[in-house]
Design a protein around this ligand. Structure first.
Ligand code: HEC
Length: 155
């Protein structure tokens, strides 16, 4: 039920977190949901594309485009899963640096960069492997940029 509320609120795009007191369970659910998006959606899609680029798998423009589109659908949902009180140290498993809340607009802007770069890579796929590879590399630079500023990697 808690999770359902969270999903409903995120889907409606409400600024729920700013106005409501949030239970510890909801905070933990937000961390779980955002980790799921990175680990089970973004990372596998990026891995697949990387395999194609390295030649471990044949380059398939449709598959590459689909993987990049999957990534591009994450950022808008992702930034809604960062209620205050879910930084690294406050919640078990959180790798979110406190810097996120020091400059939330910057965090959102970096997420938007991922959205744009992955959408660009998705359309680059149809132009062949070379064009796709360049666009994919631009996108992975955004992963790095955001992790360097906003992620505290756990051991
Ligand atoms: C807007 C910032 C941002 C961008 C862009 C971003 N990440 Fe992340 N990523 C994070 C944050 C913050 C965490 C830690 C979140 C947490 O623990 O709550 C994270 C965590 C992860 C994790 C660990 C997930 C887990 O639970 O083990 C993986 C894997 C990951 N990101 C992959 C990627 C890849 C691949 C890209 C690029 C395609 C990417 N990320 C782009 C912010 C970002």
């Amino acid at each position: 039920m808690q999770k359902l509320m969270l999903v409903v609120c995120a889907a409606a795009g409400l600024a729920t977190y700013a106005t409501l007191a949030i239970s510890a369970e909801d905070l933990a659910a937000a961390v779980k949901a955002r980790r799921h998006l990175m680990k089970e959606v973004v990372a596998p899609a990026a891995k697949l594309a990387n395999k194609m680029i390295k030649g471990d798998e044949p380059f398939d423009a449709a598959k590459a485009a689909k993987a990049m589109t999957e990534i591009s659908e994450v950022p808008d949902k992702y930034v809604k899963l960062f209620p205050k009180g879910t930084e690294h140290g406050a919640i078990a498993d959180s790798e979110a640096k406190a810097t996120i809340w020091e400059d939330f607009p910057k965090f959102e802007a970096t997420a938007k960069k991922l959205k744009d770069a992955s959408a660009k890579a998705a359309s680059a796929a149809a132009q062949g492997q070379g064009t796709f590879t360049a666009a994919f590399k631009d996108m992975t630079n955004v992963c790095k940029e955001c992790h360097e500023s906003f992620r505290e990697k756990l051991e």
